[in-house]
Design a protein around this ligand. Sequence first.
Ligand SMILES: C[S@@+](CC[C@H](N)C(=O)[O-])C[C@H]1O[C@@H](n2cnc3c(N)ncnc32)[C@H](O)[C@@H]1O
Length: 326
Amino acid sequence: MHTARTEDVRRLYELYPFPRGFERCGPDFVFTYAMRMHFLPSDLAGRNVLDAGCGTGHKLAALALSYPAARFVGIDLSEQSLAVARSLVSEIRLANVELRRENLLEMDLEDTFDLVQSIGVLHHLEDPLKGLRNLGRALKESGLLSLWFYHPFGEADRLIKRELLLTLWQHNWEDMAQGQALMEALDLNLPPTYYGPREIAGSLESNADAYMHPIVNAYRFDEIFAMLREAGNDWAAVDFVNLEGDVKFLNLDGVTDPLTSAFCLRDSDLFPSELVRERFGRLSKMDRLRAVELASKPRGYQLFAGKADSHVQLGERIRGNVVQLR
Ligand SMILES: C[S@@+](CC[C@H](N)C(=O)[O-])C[C@H]1O[C@@H](n2cnc3c(N)ncnc32)[C@H](O)[C@@H]1O
């Protein structure tokens, strides 16, 4: 049994800031496109947004550019990642972003936020539930959590390769050079379309994140829902799933939404048979979600969560995906 610690995670990201180091690489708009399906720039005017585990800030910078009247705080454990984020923020002259070094497992922020996003972070924590509780503390009562996680079905092959590398490397995270040499010798490379049509992947940093990481968890939908409930949330709604070369929005209630319909996962994409589709349509929402993850085997997914009826702020399509957690 090899127990990895937060310090091992920090060491990885100091050497391999995610998703990119200092070489020229602009803001990454992929998550911003999804956020724009829910919020117009005016909706977030004057709002406080926290990006917990912002890394090198490529996604945060894209969001801050798209919502110029909102105020953003990005926190991360890794100084080197924050240094890249600071240079990006100053290069594109963003005045609405503040960056701070914080450990999500120890943070006690003075501010509270209307939106807390954490993309690909909680599943790398020593204590994910504690991290989730801390995010909840940073959220206003009416606020929204926006989280992204790995899914075990789509990630099985990568996680097996990672475990092979860790076994050969003997989990010796203090010697990252040896881990990198073994990763390269095993020819472990994350394809650029691994999580969708376009992702900042295929770099040394994203390969290190994918294969050398000391702490990786992957969760099925109901595992995350149980954790969200324990952390005090009342509802959760899966927004989109990441598939090979594609990102698809879920529309469990079949809401007609001209903005997203072209990007939604249709029942017929999953189940060509009419008989199966008819049966699928009769399932409870949670069982429909189970059928979706079993049939599509996503690599990852994004969801919103919150308290009471805070989902009223979201559009009709995603409100149809809401699962009550208690
Ligand atoms: C996979 S990267 C994701 C970065 C960014 N959210 C993105 O999607 O581009 C995970 C980030 O979480 C940060 N992180 C990991 N553990 C943390 C902790 N305990 N507190 C704060 N940040 C942490 C890492 O330093 C790293 O930058």
